[in-house]
Design a protein around this ligand. Structure first.
Ligand SMILES: NC(=O)C1=CN([C@@H]2O[C@H](COP(=O)(O)OP(=O)(O)OC[C@H]3O[C@@H](n4cnc5c(N)ncnc54)[C@H](O)[C@@H]3O)[C@@H](O)[C@H]2O)C=CC1
Ligand SMILES: O=C(O)[C@@H]1CCC=N1
Length: 258
């Protein structure tokens, strides 16, 4: 299978290219790239990848086109990809708009954990796909983590808010937590290590059993210790409401892009 990435040196395009090569899901000779700044002598340690002249030149050379440019760059992108499977990572750009490229279009919503192979990348097919196409989508996305097919395009806007936001909200929480300790005289490094223990260590404790999160919250509440006091104050201050509001605003922003 030959794969092409448009936006190959951007945040997500680069992560996908790196992981495809690292895992051997594509040989360097079968990877065709396009960016705005032009060919590079080295792409994640490989010099035998190909660089296309333009989007349609890329599409001509591959079976699967991954579109990883910003939504605002889509209108000027002249992509003709008849008979190709086209995976768009773009937030907001609808399947109907994408279909002008002539390919079999799939909208995918990965996240920044792609670079460590931990993206969850739900996708929705805007075109009729064969079983082989579906297997190809799953195989390509396996380079950056796990994936699931969605029932409707509307859900892509929800997925753009979550999980598309990736590390954004955990990072926001870490900043607030470390700030709390720093402002109270705790050394910088200790403050960050403490935030990491809560955000990353806590997340690892829940990994693979996230549906047990309500039980975890209940366990701390029922303990009736200091964390219970903290949880109560957080809810009084609107913690869960703030998260819901953030996800609503992000979903709305994704809808408005379309
Ligand atoms: N960064 C993230 O966490 C997520 C991003 N996305 C979506 O993925 C897409 C890519 O996002 P990022 O990688 O973050 O953006 P980015 O800005 O890091 O990368 C986009 C790349 O596309 C290149 N580009 C723009 N126009 C081009 C053209 N005509 N030909 C070739 N290259 C071109 C840019 O130079 C840039 O390097 C966006 O549409 C975004 O909505 C989706 C989920 C998460
Ligand atoms: O913030 C953004 O627009 C990109 C798309 C979804 C997540 N990150």
């Amino acid at each position: 299978m030959r794969i092409g990435i448009i936006g190959a040196t951007g945040w997500l395009g680069s992560a996908l290219g790196k992981r495809l090569l690292e895992l051997g899901l594509v040989a360097a000779e079968d990877l065709v790239l396009l960016n705005r700044s032009g060919p590079r002598p080295d792409y994640h340690g490989h010099d035998r990848v190909s660089w296309a002249k333009d989007p349609s030149d890329l599409a001509r050379q591959v079976d699967v086109v991954v579109l990883s440019v910003r939504p605002q760059d889509w209108p000027a992108l002249d992509l003709r990809a008849e008979d190709r499977l086209v995976l768009s990572f773009m937030a907001g750009v609808r399947g109907e708009a994408l279909s002008v490229c002539g390919g079999r279009v799939v909208r995918v919503m990965p996240n920044a954990a792609a670079e460590i192979g931990q993206s969850y990348s739900p996708w929705w097919s805007a075109s009729e796909l064969s079983g082989a196409d579906r297997a190809t989508v799953t195989q390509v996305l396996s380079a950056i983590g796990a994936s699931d097919e969605l029932d409707s395009e509307d859900q892509i806007d929800l997925m753009t808010a979550l999980p598309g936001s990736g590390a954004a909200y955990p990072a926001l929480m870490a900043v607030a937590m470390a700030g709390f300790l720093r402002e109270r005289g705790v050394a910088e490094q200790i403050a960050w290590r403490s935030a990491e223990a809560a955000v990353c260590g806590g997340a690892q404790l829940l990994a693979g059993r996230i549906a047990e999160a309500p039980a975890m919250v209940a366990a701390y509440r029922d303990y009736r210790g200091v964390t219970a006091a903290g949880l109560e104050a957080a809810e009084e201050a609107g913690f869960s409401r703030a998260i819901l509001r953030a996800l609503e605003a992000a979903t709305e922003a994704a809808r408005k892009l379309g």
